[in-house]
Design a protein around this ligand. Structure first.
Ligand code: SF4
Ligand code: SF4
Length: 193
């Protein structure tokens, strides 16, 4: 487990990204081959892709225009929906998923969508987003890893999304300086005369 505290010069977002990446490497990825609900089957999750990813993953020969026409005519692939210039994949395993080995055939390659590397823990605008649909995620263990990396100058709050409670946001705030209790007046040194 990495517990190196951030240097004051390190941007917070960088620290969060590093903790997320370390957590994925140490606790998530080793679990993937034995996962009982692999995310790459896309039965629970929706994969959002650009054309530059759809084309090689589905080995599409046609132009994008022709492919879009084919989708609009209901000629499939049935797992792909086009909207807002993007493609949404759901209900069939990703073609790059090796079901026997339980891993990704394009792991470490440029073709692998960035969203896949982010799941289930990623930095987003200064917060850490945690997707509890991944069975390898242990929120307490992640927080235990995050706290020493941030140092005592920061405090963490967590909240689940109201509509999608499996999405938890860990927000980082500067800890308030310790103030003297209002009931105990501050003792002042007496002036020598
Ligand atoms: S849900 Fe989590 S553990 Fe399962 S395959 Fe996906 S990343 Fe790996
Ligand atoms: S590209 Fe790889 S990691 Fe992403 S959904 Fe497909 S198999 Fe899974």
């Amino acid at each position: 487990m990495s517990t190196v505290a951030r240097s004051p010069a390190t941007p917070l977002t960088e620290t969060l990204s590093r903790v997320a990446a370390d957590y994925q490497t140490a606790d998530v990825i080793p679990h993937c081959p034995s996962c009982s609900r692999p995310c790459c089957k896309l039965d629970a999750l929706v994969l959002e892709l650009e054309w530059k990813q759809v084309k090689p993953l589905w080995q599409i020969e046609a132009s994008r225009k022709d492919f879009d026409r084919q989708l609009a005519a209901g000629k499939g692939p049935v797992e792909i929906r086009a909207a807002n210039g993007l493609y949404y994949i759901h209900s069939k395993p990703c073609p790059a998923y090796d079901e026997t080995a339980g891993n990704c055939r394009v792991y470490g390659q440029d073709i692998k969508p960035p969203g896949c590397s982010d799941f289930p823990v990623y930095e987003d605008e200064g917060d850490l987003i945690v997707d509890l649909r991944c069975e390898a995620v242990d929120l307490d263990a992640l927080i235990a890893r995050l706290k020493p990396a941030l140092g005592s100058a920061y405090r963490l709050t967590e909240h689940a999304d109201r509509d999608f409670p499996f999405l938890v946001t860990l927000s980082v705030k500067k800890a308030s300086p310790v103030r003297p209790s209002p009931g105990k007046p501050v003792q002042r040194k007496k002036q020598r005369r």
